[in-house]
Design a protein around this ligand. Sequence first.
Ligand SMILES: CC(C)(COP(=O)(O)OP(=O)(O)OC[C@H]1O[C@@H](n2cnc3c(N)ncnc32)[C@H](O)[C@@H]1OP(=O)(O)O)[C@@H](O)C(=O)NCCC(=O)NCCS
Length: 187
Amino acid sequence: MTTALSWRLAEPADVPGINALTARSIRALHADSYDPAVIDEAVSHAYGVDWQLVRDGTYFVAEIDGAVVGAGGWSYRQTIAGAHGPDDPPGDRLDPAMDAARVRAFYVDPAYVRRGVGAVLLRLSEDGARAAGFARAELTSTIPAVPFYASFGYAPVRPFDLRLPSGSTLRLELMDKPLIPRSDPDR
Ligand SMILES: CC(C)(COP(=O)(O)OP(=O)(O)OC[C@H]1O[C@@H](n2cnc3c(N)ncnc32)[C@H](O)[C@@H]1OP(=O)(O)O)[C@@H](O)C(=O)NCCC(=O)NCCS
């Protein structure tokens, strides 16, 4: 029997499982949008959990039947893209009066896409950013995820190229959205 989707804050012990889920998600869902070599390198160096979000209590996991099926969060720090390990320095804090909160690192298990998992995580993240006083949210979307964020009101700003260690680039799209109080409970 399938139980309802639930969510909780991510914990350090979740990180290996989320990184494995991330790799599955990227490999299954990005094949039509990026070269295989870029996917391989980005899975190793660009995608995955940012430990700082876990430490800040701004990263969530979604579970179905006790299994983690998705992860995503937000940040009050400058860093906007890329995986960051446990030993990396924390990014500088943003000013909610001036800056846009970051929406970060959304990954859903390919077996569970289009069931509203990403939507739940995105609402949690936006609610967290609103509660911290932010009036805007910004993110760098992968190309295949642009329609997901657009369906929640994020507008494309400009392409954003994330440099990979080999010198090649991962093409992302910078997107933003005003975080007005939520009137539609579904969006
Ligand atoms: C992007 C991602 C997180 C979306 O997660 P999801 O759980 O499938 O999204 P939801 O089911 O909550 O979708 C909500 C709405 O977003 C839109 N949407 C989601 N995925 C879409 C797609 N592939 N194409 C078009 N619209 C899409 C739809 O309007 C959808 O509502 P609907 O299913 O009722 O039509 C997921 O596809 C994913 O993990 N992708 C690979 C990793 C990635 O690129 N992450 C983004 C990092 S910036």
